[in-house]
Design a protein around this ligand. Sequence first.
Ligand code: ADP
Length: 478
Amino acid sequence: MRNPFRLIRVRLTLWHLLSLALLLAAFSAGVYLSLRNALHDNLEDSIQSRADVLTRVMQVENGLPVLPIGVASPVTANDDSDDDIEGEFDSKEFIQVLDNSGNLLLDTSDPEDELSSLAGEIQAVLAGSTSWLNVRGDDDTFRVLAIPIERDESIIGALVVGESDEDIGETLASLTTIMGIAFPVAILVAALIGLLLAQRALAPIDRITRTVQQLSAKDLSQRLHLNLPDDELGRLVRTFNDMLERLDLAFQRQRQFTSDASHELRTPLTIIKGETEVALSRSRDVADYQDVLGAIGEQSDRLIDLVHSLLLLARADAGEIPVQRGPVDVLAAVEIAIEQLRPLADQHQVALAVNGRAMTIMADLTLFHQLLFNLLHNAIRHTPAHGSVRVEWSPGHDRLRLAVHDTGMGIAPEHLPRIFDRFYRVDTARTRNVGGSGIGLAICRWIVEAHDGSISVVSEPGSGSIFTVDLPVNMPIP
Ligand code: ADP
């Protein structure tokens, strides 16, 4: 059983609930406090207006304050009957009138509340100030206003008006009950909805996980077909598929490279082994041995070339060949390559020509030289006797366009798109005779791309090919 707290949907719901609970608690506390304040203000307003009315109707008899009959008279403790003539006074409110010595003249309070003792607490009122008090009765708390009664600028007594806050307590208690029920219900409903929503939103992730688990490392051709909308998860799946695509291609290329490389290495080794076995099968004369050793030497050269090229490509792939740019004189570089290949051209009876002015570009001299050598070498090898190979270049504004033309056999259109791929050969039998292994042009492409340039070919079978290299000049502005 998995720990449920490790599930995003559970954690998401819990955080969501926690914030909701805090929000609800703050909201409830706000409502409770403002309602309580409003109710207390109301209570005080009502006490104040009652006191105002009573002050206005207060009469003076023999120097003592007296309320007219019918406004208020003492209520007895057991006087709860409906026909009570002072029925407007119940035990929730009371009036007291005191003379200026603090003696009670009128008291409508319930004796059980024992509020007559209040008289002792209002000396300050008899001195002329108004005061608000909270007084505990039997089972209620009373909000009490005590004001002095003045006649002809002298204080003749005090009026005390009190009202119980029992109603406020009841209202607040029922609000608390409602909130006490609503709070857990709201949290429960929010938990269910939150869990449901999180489940819905995260369901595709489960599907992605299950599908990815089914993908095996060997079969990278599979893709996630989840049909998701263009949201975060949709983009995740697309990114994942793109990554699979790249991995798949890289793995395919890797496999192809290994198998092609072993194949290429096996051919000369097989030839060497065959030659040796034939030579050793019986004794031969010196000339025969020389032939065999010559053939073995040729195949060894081929192996050395091949291993050199493979190593170059592997190091290039690993980013281990630094491109060290420096000023390169194009004319001089072309002439060096031509001189190196002149013996081969003479042997093939192919004429060599150069057409271009001196110019300098920023490039890696060794790599640029390798590029020229590979292109010229290919052109000479694939051009029949009496043909010609010409190197031509024209300086553009900030680019060099260098083309190697030949009047050779050309390349059929179906081969052109793959001609720069590793180990790709147009005609294995034909090129093996001229010693190719299909790596030369792949190296050319790598060199050109490492210089932020491009390489292309135009060819017509039977009449010749043009390999064009486009490189940025990159010379610093003097
Ligand atoms: P290789 O070492 O076999 O020549 P390359 O990568 O240099 O390998 O060339 C790939 C293929 O392109 C060769 O098999 C060859 O058939 C073809 N090719 C390259 N250059 C020329 C050219 N100038 N004319 C005709 N075919 C060419």
